[in-house]
Design a protein around this ligand. Structure first.
Ligand SMILES: [Ca+2]
Length: 316
């Protein structure tokens, strides 16, 4: 495994079972990532649920001191689209979950993102968006000076060869707030993208879910139950042998980047067309002269990824 310095990160998220697993992976990996805060956004389910779910996950990881912030409750210019059809009514459907007792921070998520980037040394904070890009887009719009201070944005979103999962052309996170995504991809910040092209190769097959369960811990059982829940939907939709575990790919990349491979290419966001709204137009074959603005991942060592995940979850 490649050893990297500890990276300071802000996880921007809309939990969501796969977001929950990503947060657990980060909190289980203090030698790789220092979670400065978790900022929540409306996405898979409305904001009141995502800000509650993020705290449920921190308590599950026995890290109630983690700072959790409430962010934007709707996209920058559009009504909110949610995904209860995948994640269930609560966003964390599957096992029975206790309401959290840890407090939410008073500061708004967008203010926390701006303040943190201005306070920390320039180029030392990585943003990890796992939901619609509303909080990040709003922060960049309110405080354009922070763009130069971000080390990297590593996000789950978009698709090219796997096209869409919410419309035939668009992936959910980008589709929900295409204007925010457009701001991010035009920001000049170093962006690494985990699109469906990669996450659809990280499938929760039975042996992999059995490995979570075999940890024989509260966390292992919880992750297995979440997976069982959303798998039903995805197996039916894709006819695949398991469901993709999207968001933990972002955190796994920070821990073990050599699990992933991709290309530095131009990625542009469709914000106008009704038919293809939110499409990530990825110039994979280099057929335009638009300059590269993103590392677009295309492949993952899925066994290595699940081995890492199981090992880390076993610590909690
Ligand atoms: Ca998510």
């Amino acid at each position: 495994m490649t050893t990297n310095p500890i990276r300071k990160i802000i996880i921007d998220t809309d939990p969501g079972q796969d977001d929950a697993v990503a947060i657990l992976l980060a909190l289980a990996s203090p030698e790789n990532v220092d979670v400065l805060g978790i900022t929540t956004v409306a996405g898979n389910v409305p904001l009141p649920l995502t800000k509650k779910n993020a705290r449920i996950v921190c308590e599950l990881a026995k890290r109630p001191e983690t700072k959790v912030f409430s962010g934007c409750d709707r996209p920058m210019q559009r009504p909110l689209v949610t995904a209860e059809h995948v994640h269930g009514k609560t966003g964390l459907d599957g096992p029975v979950m206790q309401d959290p007792t840890m407090a939410l921070q008073h500061q708004h998520a967008v203010d926390f993102i701006i303040e943190t980037l201005r306070q920390e040394p320039s180029g030392t904070v990585t943003l990890c968006p796992l939901g619609p890009l509303t909080n990040i887009g709003t922060a960049l719009q309110q405080a354009p000076d922070i763009a130069d201070r971000v080390q990297e944005i590593v996000l789950m979103g978009g698709a090219y060869f796997e096209v869409g999962n919410i419309t035939p052309a668009a992936e959910f996170n980008i589709y929900v707030d295409p204007e925010a995504a457009d701001i991010v991809f035009k920001s000049g910040i170093s962006v690494t993208v985990m699109p469906l092209d990669t996450t659809h190769k990280a499938l929760t097959t039975k042996p992999r879910v059995d490995a979570f369960r075999a940890l024989n811990t509260q966390v292992g059982n919880m992750v297995a139950e979440w997976t069982d829940f959303f798998e039903r939907f995805d197996k039916e939709k894709y006819g695949s042998n398991g469901a993709p575990l999207h968001d933990p790919c972002v955190i796994a990349y920070l821990i073990q980047p050599d699990l992933f491979s991709g290309r530095m290419i131009n990625v542009a966001i469709e914000t106008q067309s009704e038919l293809t709204l939110g499409m990530t137009v990825a110039d994979w074959w280099g057929v335009t002269d638009r300059p590269a603005n993103a590392m677009f991942m295309g492949d993952i060592d899925a066994d290595g990824f699940f081995n890492l995940l199981t090992e880390r979850l076993g610590r909690l």
